[in-house]
Structure formats: structure tokens, C-alpha cells
Write a protein that binds this ligand. Structure first.
Ligand code: ATP
Length: 761
């Protein structure tokens, strides 16, 4: 954004032509990436050509390579698949096909190519780049291009992005489409669970993933599956017996259904496929359970892209445009992906080789090697699942050494809280320890509303949002502190887990301060960040905000549809978040908003006037709808009504304006796959933290490192003492002082066609 816009730079970039294609299997999020890169490239004055039908279009040329405009990529972000088509192309595998492709590009002076596809497509692109000088020489010799054209187009820059629902590529934590595919799987499991419970059935769900078990593993973690089979880690030879034991145990403990998730590429140790049919026959033969198979198939590729895939698409797409425009002939091709919440570039062919190395290791039966080559988090998630499914027997903990953890929910409801509670319970009891559930937050604890949690109770809990334990916003009061201390002492609690948002964090600060007066608080205490607002210090993401974002974009999609239908409508959408503008910003980016007003970025009436004028000019150019997001506390003066009235007054004949306050809708709904996954991940880390720090008696000398918030920083789970976080917190406005997502504000403006960006924190 701060790039120099000197006339020379503008002129040089204006001459640059970029072509983009989607290739291989389609996936959700490809359209968001396309939109992001087209708009960022145009912001930088470049010309962009869309290649239709993948490499087929590149080889064939003609109408299959067309220059696009800013508005050429409007209304595509919410669509699944790829609007420019994809194909597998035999001709491009031949030298003559690639020569024809080179001719088509040179004739349009295109020397920058962005490919969104899998490892095959990216390998093809790399080969094309390597052969480029020879291909051009052959074209000159054949008389198809001139020497001047050869000189002007002497090298080809390549940038890749990965579109694949399987999440099977090295160099990026997530591939475009994987999160949306998880949404489809989780929706299916939730639907199946009701009928399975009614009939006390066992369901074998087959999901995609020929070489990668990511979808199967992550959905198993988030959906309480009893068993999971993935290609990277074939089960031990007696797995059928172990699986049946686990299914039986679940039923004895009160479960009315069982769920087994099988990746389509699951194999045994001899490399022989394990089919869903085989799993079903084992269960029917050994246990006599009524067992059904559901093969999800292409449903996983379908449907609207999730908020995550749209956000990722916007970010990697824009970064890919920047990468290709900044590249020169000495740069090797790069793959643009995400590591945690950071956009990163990695050498393209290194990523392809590593990806193919995993597939090769599995083919050769080196499963240990294959698993170790997957990202570290994959291995850790697999280990967590094995714990949840009680795969290995642990030594029995003597009654005198059992640890007791109290768990409570504090603050407003956030999706994922129940998943986290359930997973914490399952993991803790597997390790032989106990969980005490506190009802109604700290008020409940002070009143003695605390009881030992048992499995039959937990198994009955649905995956619903909200809080099964009950929650409220009360902080531990001065009068309440001795009562809370007494309850912890009475129940001999060794560790306290507080799941919740800013109030949960604040409560922990209060309890830590009170340690000197109450030895009962000298136990390890942990706050798991859970709030839709994402305003808990110490984490990039809190549980619940992904679900809320998905609700916001679903609503935005509907409003957009209504606005487009009436041809002249602007919607002002008010989002929650207190003073935190995370939901408005990310919802605005993922929903393709024209502006998003937040508290952290001060704005004046003249900023509003500029934005209104900007929208008026868009309508004059033929745009049919406007979407404005406004955080509920962005300004006490420029209220939702004020902004709606302002746009109404200025819209004149061009558009009318309506407002929509999303309100508590954002706190409801079933948790998204990401929030479920985060819940399980936090539960596992919390237990590890307690096992590392807990002792059988409170430790009056305990350090501040035993009162922490657990959160995500980039791709890592981190524990930060609340005493440290306090210093980096704005308690008045309930905000962390460092908020990583603010760096995405310029992108939101650029993708909405604003040329100005003045950040005023
Ligand atoms: P997916 O992971 O969805 O299968 P992919 O990109 O790996 O995606 P492929 O079918 O392997 O899908 O490749 C798509 C297209 O890329 C091929 O049809 C072909 O046109 C081109 N391609 C793949 N590999 C090569 C190669 N080695 N040389 C030239 N072109 C290739």
C-alpha cells in the first residue's frame, strides 16, 4: 500500500500483463483468490487476463484468454467452484502444446502467470517457465513471433496458489477449499447424528482424501468420532478389535450412536485399502450394531465457500499479484500460502517435491516417514485423536494421586465452548483425573454450584453453540472471593479452567492478584479464549469468532442478493464486538464490503463523505449494490442510523439505504469446524498445562507463570501469564493493545476500489 506511485512506477506497472488460471480439481475459495489478485493487480496498474478452462484455454487461446476489468470479478466471491472453469489437459503435457501456449501469451505480451491448482498444475507451470526461452526460440524459427517479441517477453514469471479440498500441499498450512469441505462434512455429521441416535445406529462416513487424511482427522476431532482411519497412519494389525472395544465402551457409557470417519485413501499396514464396506462388515459381524455407510463424495467440493476460504482467497490472491509484479527473471517461482495467520511465500518446486515425497513414502509403505513429513500440527492432532479414542491403555492413577480440575464458562456465549469442555473432560478422564463442572460462572462457584462431571452427562450434550454449564459476565467480587476460595478448598481443586472472553481473562487477573490473601488460588489457573469479539489479549483468534464470521457472511450474501435484485440498494450492517473491530473488518473483507467502520481506526465526517461519494460513483458505473459494515461501538456519534441516513440522503435517485443489526444472531448457531477444532486443541493444551504444573496441594509460592491465557499466536499454541498481558491491555475499552488483523484494513479498502488509505489508529 505504501508503494511509490511515481509516474515512472505507474507506467512500468501499466505495461505488465498477468494471466491467471485455475487448474486441476476445483475448490471453494478459488473465486475469492481470483478476485483478490485481479483487484490488487489493477490497483497496481497492471492488466489482467483470465484463462478459461485451465491449461486447455492456455493451449487453445482465442476467446479462452480474455482481459478482465475490475467489475469482471464482481459477485463471484460467494460462489463455489471456479467461475473461469478448470480442466485436465493432455496437450499441455506435450511440448507442442506448451509451444502453442507460449505463442498465445507472447501475442498478448503476457509474461506473468498465476496458477491456482494442485501439485500437478504447479509442476506443469514450472516446466513451462523452464522451457520458456527454448519455446520462444522455436516460435521465432517457425516464424510465429518476431525477434522483438522474443526480446520483450524473454522470461516468464510464475506464482502458484494451492486450490485443493484435501489440504495436501506442503508450503501452506491450509489449501483453498479445505475449510469449506470441512463445513460440508460437519454439516453432514450433525444431520446424521440425529437419525443415528434415534435408531441407535452406527455410521461409517467416508470423506475425500486419497493421500491425505486431513479432512478425516479434523472432522473426527470436531465431531466426537469414535474411530478414524487415514492414509498416513495405518492402524495396528489388531485394529478391528480395538475399534470394536471403543464402540462398545461408548455405548456402555450411554452413547446412542457411533461414528467412524474413513478417508477414501485409508490403508492397512500392508498398504491394502480399508473400505467403508469392510469397516461396516466388521462392526456388524463383531457387535451386531445396525451400521450404515454414507459416502459424501462431491458434496464436499460444493456449496458456498466458508468465511475462512474467502479471507484466505482475498489475502493470498492479493499477495500473489504483488509477488508476480515484484518478480524478475532471477526469481524462482514461488508458492503463496498461509502459515498461521501470516501470508508467506515459499519456493514452489520445493513445496511440490515435499508433497510428492509424502505420496511416494506412503506408496513405498514408509508410513512413519510420511507422517513425519506432514506439518507438525498434523502429527499432534493425530496424537490427540488417539487419546480421545483411548487408543492406547494408560497406567491407572491411584485414587490419592488423582487431580481435580474445576471448569467454568464466563462471559457471553461463544460457539466451541461446549466442544472444548467435552474434549477436556474426555482427555482428563482418559488420563485418570477428574473434572468438576461449575454452573453459572463465578456467581455459581461462590454459591457452591459445583459438581463432579460424569461421562453419561457429557455424552448427552449436543454439539450446539451456547453453554451447557450456563454462563454470565460477573467478575469475582470482593465479597465473592472468600466464597470462591472456600469452594475450591472444599472440593480440593488442583487446577481451574475458565473458558470465556474478556471477563474470563479479567477474572483470572483478579484471582491472581488475590493469591496473597487466599492460598486456594495458588493453583494453576488457565483462561481459554472464547468470545465472538476476538478481544482477549494473548491470542490471535478466540473460539467462537469463526462461527460468528460465517453467520455474518451468510447474512451478507443474502442481503447482497436482495440488493442486486432491486438493483439500487445499500445495506448498512451492524456487527457485534464491543469496541473490537475484528468482526466488522473480517466480515467486511470476506463479505466484499465497500467499507467497514471500526473503533480502532478513527474516522471523521469527511471520511464518511468520501466513502459516500465513492459509492455513488460506483453506482454511476453500473454497480447494483452496496454493503457497509459498522462495528456496534465504532463511534458514539456516527451511529448505524446516522450512517444509514447519510447514505440515504446522498444516494438520491441512485440507491436507497437500509440497515440491519445482526445482534445476538452472531452468538448462536452450531460451531464451525474451525471453532470445534480450536476447542479440542485448547482442551488438549490445557490438560498438558495442568499436568505440567499441578500439585496435589496449593503452592503458596506459585509463580505468575501458573495463571495464563492459552491462545494461538501465528501457528503456535502459547501460554502467556495474565500478569504480562495486563500490561498490554486497554481495560477501559476491553481491547488488547496489539491486534494483528488491523494490518488487513488496507486490503479491505483496496479490494473495494478505494485508492486512498490513511490509517489513523
Ligand atoms: P488436483 O490436486 O486437484 O488433482 P492437480 O493440479 O494436481 O490438481 P493434475 O491433473 O495433476 O491436477 O494437473 C492438472 C493439469 O496440469 C494437467 O491436466 C496438465 O494439463 C497439467 N500438468 C500436470 N502435470 C504436468 C506436467 N508434469 N507437465 C505439464 N503439465 C502438467
Amino acid at each position: 500500500v505504501s508503494r511509490s506511485s511515481s509516474p515512472l512506477t505507474v507506467e512500468l506497472e501499466r505495461r505488465k500483463c498477468i494471466a491467471v488460471m485455475t487448474s486441476g480439481g476445483d475448490s471453494q475459495g478459488m473465486n475469492a483468490a481470483l478476485r483478490g489478485l485481479v483487484r490488487m493487480a489493477m490497483y497496481r496498474h497492471a492488466r489482467v487476463f483470465l484463462i478459461y478452462e485451465g491449461y486447455q484455454g492456455l493451449v487453445q487461446g482465442g476467446d479462452l484468454i480474455k482481459e478482465t476489468t475490475w467489475y469482471g470479478v464482481s459477485h463471484i466471491m460467494g460462489k463455489g467452484g471456479t467461475v473461469i472453469g478448470t480442466a485436465r489437459c493432455k496437450e499441455f503435457r506435450e511440448r507442442w502444446g506448451r509451444r502453442a501456449a507460449a505463442l498465445n501469451l507472447v501475442k498478448k505480451r503476457i509474461t506473468n502467470l498465476i496458477v491456482i491448482g494442485g501439485d500437478g498444475s504447479l509442476t506443469g507451470a514450472n516446466l513451462f517457465r523452464e522451457e520458456w526461452p527454448e519455446l520462444l526460440q522455436e516460435l521465432v524459427e517457425e516464424g510465429n513471433i518476431s525477434a522483438q517479441e522474443q526480446t520483450e517477453c524473454d522470461h516468464l514469471n510464475i506464482v502458484g496458489m494451492v486450490g485443493s479440498i484435501d489440504n495436501d500441499m506442503c508450503g501452506t498450512d491450509m489449501t483453498l477449499g479445505a475449510d469449506s469441505a470441512l463445513h460440508r462434512i460437519v454439516e453432514a455429521v450433525d444431520a446424521i447424528s440425529f437419525t443415528a441416535s434415534s435408531h441407535q445406529r452406527c455410521f461409517v462416513l467416508e470423506v475425500m482424501g486419497r493421500h491425505c487424511g486431513y479432512l478425516a482427522l479434523v472432522s473426527s476431532l470436531g465431531c466426537n468420532a469414535d474411530w478414524c482411519l487415514i492414509p498416513e497412519s495405518p492402524p495396528s494389525d489388531n485394529w478391528e478389535k480395538k475399534m470394536c472395544e471403543q464402540l462398545c465402551r461408548s455405548r456402555e457409557e450411554g452413547a446412542r450412536m457411533n461414528l467412524i470417519i474413513v478417508a477414501e485413501g485409508a490403508v492397512d499396514r500392508q498398504g491394502q485399502p480399508i473400505s467403508s464396506q469392510y469397516v461396516k462388515s466388521v462392526i456388524e459381524k463383531e457387535l451386531g450394531y445396525d451400521t450404515r455407510i454414507t459416502v459424501l463424495g462431491h458434496v464436499q467440493r460444493g456449496g458456498a465457500p466458508s468465511a475462512y476460504d474467502r479471507l484466505m482467497g482475498c489475502r493470498v490472491g492479493a499477495a500473489a499479484a504483488n509477488a508476480v509484479l515484484d518478480a524478475d527473471k532471477d526469481n524462482e517461482p514461488v508458492l503463496v500460502g498461509l502459515q498461521g495467520n501470516r501470508v508467506v511465500q515459499s519456493p514452489l518446486m520445493k513445496c511440490v517435491r515435499e508433497t510428492q515425497g509424502i505420496a511416494g513414502a506412503m506408496k513405498d509403505g514408509n508410513f512413519k516417514e510420511a507422517l513425519s513429513m506432514r506439518a507438525g500440527s498434523f502429527v499432534r492432532h493425530w496424537a490427540t485423536f488417539r487419546r480421545l479414542s483411548r487408543y492406547d491403555k494408560l497406567p491407572v492413577v491411584p485414587a490419592t494421586e488423582k487431580l481435580r480440575f474445576a471448569l467454568l464458562h464466563v462471559g457471553a456465549p461463544a460457539a466451541g465452548v461446549n466442544t472444548c469442555t467435552q474434549a477436556f473432560f474426555r482427555l482428563t478422564t482418559y488420563h485418570g483425573h477428574q473434572v468438576y463442572a461449575v454452573h453459572e460462572g463465578f456467581d455459581g462457584l461462590a454459591k457452591g454450584s459445583i459438581q463432579l462431571l460424569d461421562r453419561s452427562q457429557v455424552l448427552k450434550w449436543s454439539v450446539a453453540g451456547g453453554s451447557h454449564l450456563g454462563t454470565n459476565r460477573s467478575l469475582p467480587s470482593k465479597e465473592g472471593l472468600p466464597l470462591i476460595a472456600e469452594q475450591l478448598k472444599k472440593h480440593r481443586i488442583n487446577g481451574l479452567l475458565v473458558i470465556g472472553g474478556f471477563e474470563a481473562f479479567h477474572s483470572l487477573c483478579i484471582l491472581e492478584d488475590a493469591r496473597k490473601d487466599y492460598p486456594a488460588f495458588c493453583i494453576p489457573m488457565l483462561n481459554v479464549a472464547a468470545t465472538i469479539s476476538n478481544n482477549v489479549p494473548g491470542t490471535d483468534h478466540s473460539m467462537g469468532c469463526d462461527t460468528a464470521l460465517n453467520i455474518i457472511i451468510e447474512t451478507t450474501d443474502r442481503l447482497k442478493q436482495s440488493a442486486v435484485a432491486s438493483r439500487k440498494r445499500v445495506f448498512v450492517i451492524e456487527t457485534m464486538g464491543g469496541h473490537c473491530g475484528f468482526l466488522a473488518t473480517m466480515g467486511g473483507l470476506a463479505g466484499g464490503a465497500d467499507a467497514a467502520y471500526i473503533f480502532e481506526e478513527k474516522f471523521t465526517i469527511s471520511d464518511l463523505q468520501n466513502d459516500v461519494r465513492h459509492l455513488v460513483s460506483k453506482f454511476q458505473q453500473g454497480i447494483w449494490r452496496g454493503i457497509i459494515l459498522r462495528n456496534e461501538k465504532c463511534s458514539p456519534y456516527y451511529t448505524t442510523d446516522f450512517i444509514t441516513n447519510l447514505y440515504s440522503a446522498e444516494g438520491g435517485e441512485l440507491f436507497t439505504t437500509r440497515s440491519n443489526v445482526l445482534g445476538h444472531m452472531q452468538q448462536g448457531g452450531l460451531p464451525s469446524p474451525y471453532d470445534r477444532h480450536l476447542g479440542v486443541r485448547f482442551a488438549k493444551c490445557s490438560l498438558d498445562f495442568f499436568l505440567d504444573h499441578c500439585t496435589l496441594e496449593p503452592q503458596p509460592q506459585c509463580s505468575s507463570a501458573t495463571a495464563c491465557t492459552v491462545g494461538m499466536r501465528a501457528r503456535k499454541t502459547v501460554f502467556t501469564p495474565v500478569s504480562e498481558l495486563k500490561l498490554r491491555t486497554d481495560f477501559k475499552n476491553r481491547l488488547p493493545l496489539d491486534q494483528w488483523w488491523l494490518e488487513l484494513r488496507p486490503l479491505l479498502r483496496i479490494l473495494a476500489k478505494h485508492r486512498d488509505y490513511h490509517f489513523k489508529p
